[in-house]
Design a protein around this ligand. Sequence first.
Ligand SMILES: [Zn+2]
Length: 265
Amino acid sequence: MAVAKSKVKRYYIQGSVVPFEEDMTHEFKGHRNFAIEELPIWAREKKNEGATRKPVSGNLAAFLNTGKGGTVYLGITDDGDVLGLKLTHYQKDHIIGNMHDLFSRYKPRVPPHRYTVKFVPVINKASSPQDILRQCSYNSSESTEVLNRERPHVYRSDKYCWCDKDAVAQYNTGLIPSDYVIEVCVKPWDSRDVRNTDGIGSLVHINPIYENEEGFIYMRRQASIVKYSMNEVAQLSRQQMKEACEAEMLRLKEEISQRKLLKAS
Ligand SMILES: [Zn+2]
């Protein structure tokens, strides 16, 4: 990944390997199936437990549930190779709408300030500096029509949406959409943010636990995710509460002793 000179925004180089690996806060995915219903049938069948394609939703839920946040990079393989995904502007609209739809199905619902979606251009390694500048400043919304921007997209389905059919039609006429890595970033939990805990923030630093659209609770462990049972969640919550209370007690003791010192001086 290259970092921009003054005018060029951030970009990836096709075929390169990114300088970081999958870990607690980074996950790579070669596809863009967010919710369980978007997975092709072959990957959804129970007998196919070994199927390598898993929806992105579990990873996003796990980043929420550690409270530490994290980023899913779509268009980068497990080995860190940058492939990129070809996307028209309508498909970008679809992905953003799909994220909102997915997070509205979590329990509790995930508010929009907890995540961002970025489309980072993927450029050919033979590109000249002018080409890079042109690709990075290209605004795909310029070639869209207002009516299509308002047309509803089809989520929760493994069938092609109209925007995908439109992309194929464009492709067939020789209009090749640009490549992107989609970065879906879940922000770390901040209990003091007034937008959290229903608009009041909280003194106790405990992140909420989310159930995803399948009704599962995922946690992140190093570079993978694990499913938690209700029992384990209860145990974890007790532990988090204990730690948060202990930290708060320490802080209060510190405050009291400082006040005593001030009084004495
Ligand atoms: Zn669509």
